[in-house]
Design a protein around this ligand. Sequence first.
Ligand code: MN
Length: 193
Amino acid sequence: MMFTLPALPYELNALEPFISARTMEFHYQKHHQTYIDNLNKLITGTRFATLPLEEIITETADEPEYEAIFNNAAQAWNHSFFWNSMSPTGGKIENSSLEDRIIRDFGSFENFRAEFKQAAVSQFGSGWAWLVEKTNGKLAVMKTTNADTPLAHGLKPLTTCDVWEHAYYLDYQNRRAEFVEVFMNNLMVILAD
Ligand code: MN
């Protein structure tokens, strides 16, 4: 199976002024495309070539021999999920059952926001901040390093913020905390059922 760059759920400039079209040109058209191209090269002729992306991720996680495949597969998946974790009309909770679950597991929406921001800002170097659903149904905030993804840990991602510098450097330079605030206030979509 050859993977292709999935279509964005909005135009390249749809997230302006919060994320510029120029950032999206590099981040989606260059970085995301490169993960997919590298993955296709790495799996050609291997037993992974016929597997869906999610299975490639779980089968290569924690296998040093397959580190490059894991990194590119996870980054391909993480970026698709990130594009869907944002919307020009994001930043609010429109689903009352989701709101109830956030209050149940974090105490308040503000507590959730504070915990998510802390995870995103404190991730040293490249990585991701996530809201996940654990196998017991509870919601939790986590951060992952480099390409690591909750899928590799049996957790269901509900939203993510990319905190690799390439996600924000053109628009926010070194101001990651400002980027994370803008993400949560204006763009974030929580993909709960
Ligand atoms: Mn990225």
